[in-house]
Design a binder for this molecule. Structure first.
Ligand code: AMP
Ligand code: MG
Length: 472
């Protein structure tokens, strides 16, 4: 298997990572391969489907040119400081330069590492398939995200609450550098490492940023855009710890994530998020909190610390402006508006408030605006009808023309999202040995703007998933 690796992270000093080969597994089997992504990376999908490819995805053979490592990082988890986390079950094989630039190829669930703490270093089938489906759906909806290249079953058992089948996800990312990577070196007062990390991240993700201050600004802006995208699709990440926020501003570390069915700002799915810290509506302010931790980590690089504290505070607080402007553009597009007026935020908020009252389905209502079916999914019809009149008036004033407005709505409002109850059904089938439902759902959710009779449907009463589990 020839893969043209070009490994820049492994060229950083040894304290950035631990050299770590994946631990071989008993009986690997390919469950899914992303042919399109493979081609984008300059890899031949047919070669990846061979025994050699499978051995790589399983961690049973390390391809030539790989420098397998586990990355060091720290982080705040649910607000509490953890000085050392790191890749406890992930091995970065290396980087390739694909059609869209440099990409990490990482095996998640590849065995124990020096960062495993009490963990087994493994992943199980459920979260691997969830991450595969959801990250690929996000990519199809145009949201910056890590990608899924392959999923393999290991043929080994994993012990969670019960015995479950083991699996490994091959994840592709612009990088796996996190806010927590900066925190790791900040906590160790390793200013030299912070400087190297800044240079590395600038070169990789923000080439126009001249120094730490400009890097912070670029990350704040990119994160504001990312979180606004999540909000516009009803996506709840579920574990926005600082170790799960990437400097590339891609959605990363899909654990107990979920999309809203019924809309309510307080919605939480994650079973470990007892206090709703990472609830739907809290995501922007949590992003700001995380970015403040990044800013803190950059301070030792600044000559005039006091001045830097003031300017970094301003930069981080600037998130709100970028976020609000992006939110308005995205939600404006969802209701067919390509240019915004002063009262439009209000108009959008009113619709959201109507949905929240009865937890009406976020996706079906927005999608239904373009074909007249929205009203069928709203409980408070009088309130909706009143809103609808105001909205039609606003569309008339917009001047873009009905055809263009409908087209805009239909490419802004997905008809198919990876809904929880479907994900759970896919996982149950896969555990029973049937991958057909996974492939059907994958096909439907990677064409998110094309209606689908089965996967476009909201859960029936009683079918709703109330809680998702972390997936470790
Ligand atoms: P997460 O909540 O998935 O972002 O993981 C938080 C930390 O726990 C990271 O350092 C992971 O590498 C580590 N971790 C999660 N699951 C396992 C596992 N099964 N074995 C070892 N480390 C793990
Ligand atoms: Mg993580």
């Amino acid at each position: 298997m020839h893969i043209p690796f070009d490994n820049s992270y492994a060229a950083l000093p040894p304290r950035f990572f631990a050299a770590q080969s994946p631990t071989p597994v008993a009986a690997p089997r390919l469950l899914a391969l992303n042919d399109g992504l493979a081609r984008d990376l300059g890899l031949d999908p047919n070669a990846l489907r061979t025994g050699e490819g499978l051995a790589m995805f399983a961690g049973n053979a390390v391809p030539e040119g790989a420098t397998p490592i586990s990355q060091a990082y720290a982080g705040h988890q649910f607000g509490g400081w953890v000085p050392q986390l790191g890749d406890g079950r992930a091995v970065l094989l290396g980087e390739v330069i694909g059609r869209e630039g440099r990409r990490d190829i990482q095996l998640k669930g590849a065995g124990r590492t020096p960062f495993s703490r009490g963990g087994d270093g493994r992943a199980w089938l459920g979260p691997v398939l969830r991450e595969y489906l959801v990250s690929e759906a996000m990519a199809a909806m145009g949201v910056p995200t890590t990608r899924a290249l392959a999923a393999v079953a290991t043929g080994e058992e994993v012990f969670r609450d019960t015995i479950v089948p083991g699996a490994i996800l091959t994840r592709v990312a612009s990088s796996h550098i996190r806010v927590g990577t900066f925190q790791y070196f900040y906590a160790r007062q390793d200013t030299e490492a912070l400087g190297l990390l800044v240079d590395h991240v600038r070169a990789r993700h923000h080439p126009d940023a001249d120094g730490p201050a400009e890097l912070l600004e670029a990350v704040v802006q990119a994160q504001a855009k990312l979180i606004a995208r999540w909000m516009s699709l009803g996506f709840i990440h579920g574990v926005m710890n600082t170790d799960n926020m990437g400097l590339a501003a891609e959605t990363i570390d899909y654990g107990p994530c979920a999309f809203l069915d019924g809309y309510h700002p307080d919605t939480v799915f994650s079973s470990i998020d007892r206090h709703g810290r990472y609830a739907y509506a809290n995501q922007p302010q949590i992003a700001v909190w995380n970015l403040a931790q990044l800013a803190t980590g950059l301070l030792p690089l600044m000559k005039d610390r006091e001045a830097a504290v003031a300017s970094f505070t301003e930069t981080v607080n600037g998130f709100a402006t970028h976020y609000q402007s992006e939110w308005l553009t995205l939600f404006g597009a969802k209701i067919g508006l390509s240019t915004m007026e002063e009262d439009d935020a209000d108009l959008i908020q009113r619709l959201l408030d109507i949905l929240a009252t009865n937890r009406d389905d976020f996706t079906l209502v927005f999608r239904g605006l373009s074909d007249g079916s929205a009203q069928d999914h709203v409980t408070d019809r009088p309130a909706f009808d009143q809103w609808h009149q105001m909205w039609i008036g606003r569309l008339r004033r917009d001047g873009a023309g009905e055809k263009a407005q409908i087209a805009l709505m239909n490419r802004s409002n997905p008809a198919v999202i990876p809904r929880n109850h479907h994900v759970e059904a896919v996982i149950a089938a896969a555990v029973a040995g049937d991958m057909d439902l996974f492939h059907a759902m994958h096909e439907a959710t990677t064409e998110p703007f094309t209606p689908h009779p089965l996967f476009g449907a909201a859960p029936e009463p009683g079918e709703e998933v109330q809680a998702t589990f972390c997936g470790t």
